[in-house]
Write a protein that binds this ligand. Structure first.
Ligand SMILES: Cc1ncc(C[n+]2csc(CCOP(=O)(O)OP(=O)(O)O)c2C)c(N)n1
Ligand SMILES: [Mg+2]
Length: 262
């Protein structure tokens, strides 16, 4: 089996806009899932609502496309009902951290054995570009027409503080690193959180001076600060530039987890 065998090709063409990064992230995730050697009938994909949450519809396994913000509640139910199932969650920044914020922190606290891939396009893509809890300061959206005045959440720091066993952040530029991070997440018992920063040309890019898709991907690359470099800056007592975000493996630990087979 190759990773392409996980796709439900009869669902094509997909709904994503030209230049959307979600397909890249689905590819990286399925490439990692394929390396686990799991059977399709033992693997379940769960999502909430949003463009990113359409992902399970293109995958050839049982899946749950649930209500907005509730992917982790449904995924928790699936895992607790049958610990033999491998449960992977696709979610968006709005789905996970706005309406689903409480489910997120408590799933991390319980450290339930799920792997969560968040496609963070820093906007509500599906509903036309409202600001989300990860919209950066000064960025334009339909609900922040003068520039976002609220500081964004750092989703990885939130997951670490709440108790997740595995946490990584990469971008749609870093495809090999992202695939490896998802694989490490799938291999780690307990709650694994992988944040994939990605471009949304339709709802974010065109409002925020990314005239070409590649401009946004280049931006993500240029503003990624490797964790090792962040640690060096920290040791030297230097500040991290405010427009940079840290990428790499940010947490791997072995807190007691729920939903792991004995
Ligand atoms: C209970 C409820 N509230 C609001 C909505 C409308 N809604 C649909 S998708 C969405 C935001 C999705 O944003 P995000 O999770 O970032 O996903 P993206 O589309 O950006 O991938 C909202 C508010 C809904 N479907 N259900
Ligand atoms: Mg979004």
């Amino acid at each position: 089996m190759t990773f392409e065998d996980w796709f439900r090709k009869d669902r094509l063409p997909h709904i994503f806009c030209a230049g959307c990064g979600n397909g890249t992230i689905i590819n990286c995730t399925l490439a990692a899932v394929d390396q686990m050697g799991w059977k399709k009938e033992e693997t379940v994909f769960v999502s909430g609502i949003g463009c990113s949450s359409r992902a399970p519809g293109y995958i050839m396994t049982d899946s749950l496309h649930t209500t907005h913000g509730r992917a982790l509640a449904f995924a928790t139910g699936v895992k607790m009902a049958n610990k033999n199932l491998h449960v992977v969650v696709f979610t968006g920044d709005g789905d996970l951290a706005a309406i689903g914020g409480n489910h997120f922190i408590h799933a991390c606290r319980r450290n339930i054995d799920l792997t969560v891939v968040c496609m963070n396009n820093q906007i509500y893509g599906m509903t036309g570009g409202q600001g989300s809890p990860t919209t950066p300061l000064k960025c334009l959206s339909t609900t922040t027409p003068y520039g976002c005045a609220e500081p964004p959440f750092d989703l990885c720091e939130l997951a670490i503080a709440a108790g997740a066993n595995y946490v990584s952040r990469w971008t749609s530029y870093h495809v090999k690193e992202l695939e490896k991070a998802v694989l490490a997440g799938l291999q780690t018992p307990g709650f694994s959180f992988i944040e994939a920063m990605t471009q949304c040309p339709t709802a974010f890019g065109r409002r925020n001076k990314f005239r070409q898709v590649i401009d946004h991907v280049e931006y993500l690359k240029a503003h990624s600060l490797l964790k090792a470099k962040r640690d060096r800056l920290f040791e030297e007592g230097k500040e991290i530039p405010p427009d940079m975000f840290v990428v790499g493996e940010l947490m791997r630990r072995n807190r007691p987890a729920m939903g792991v087979l004995p």
